[in-house]
Design a protein around this ligand. Sequence first.
Ligand code: ADP
Length: 277
Amino acid sequence: MLELRKITKTFGQTIAVNNVSLSFPPGQMVGIIGRSGAGKSTLLRLINRLASTGQGDILFEGANIGKLSGRELRAWRSRCAMIFQQFNLVNRLDVLTNVLIGRIGTAATLSVMFKYFAAQDRAAATLALDRLDLLPQALQRADTLSGGQQQRVAIARALIQNPSMILADEPIASLDPRNARFVMEALRRINQEDGITVICNLHTLDAARAYCDRIVGMAQGRVVFDGPPDKLTRQAVQSIYGDAGDADVDENLTSTLGAYPPIPAASRQAELADAGY
Ligand code: ADP
């Protein structure tokens, strides 16, 4: 169980996160939605300690995350693997090596420079790539892959960290609808098969509705909605996206997934092959 207690984080005069208290039971898939600037990214960065601690406490299995340092902090960062909008792969390295980086936490170590990894790490990376339907691309340079493929490499890299949770910061914001769907399906599958908690920042509603058990809506640093997708009424959407009028809300309702709503798992494999993956 991850627990945030009265978290506040300011940058100068800006209150990025304002008195947020949330609990995340293990195994949930949570979508955090809200306008740009609502505080979603800062919240994830506080959990992972990429942002320096603000006020309040972040607790995980009895440990106070804000107080970790050194080796304990590195271990925590491995346990809550982070995925970014821009994938953060090392372009000049092949896909397999990019995944292996997940085992050591940083690209700057000698092992990466000499591409030396233990056989069991290579086996784990190969398995992770297979789960993400990327085995054929294992030896390609990362920058030869499509955006959707690169994001799935980032997910494989997160997976071999053996994380308790995956924090995904706008993972589909740079992707076309079809690739956005593949990435969300991969996250959902990992969440369900491995019981890994997934907390995912999304700026549109349709992906959160389609894939998440729970939606947290943020506005101006505060949590203004917290519940299952079917409780997300039009009024709740207004409270998240503001009262700038229906046209504005409708714009936020327009889908990232576009003409590609979730498809049954059985047809997924065929469609991947069809798309040349
Ligand atoms: P979101 O992810 O919902 O778009 P952010 O968490 O990125 O929102 O930002 C919340 C607010 O905090 C914004 O006003 C943003 O400009 C500000 N902010 C975030 N990070 C920093 C930073 N490192 N320095 C200054 N202001 C920041």
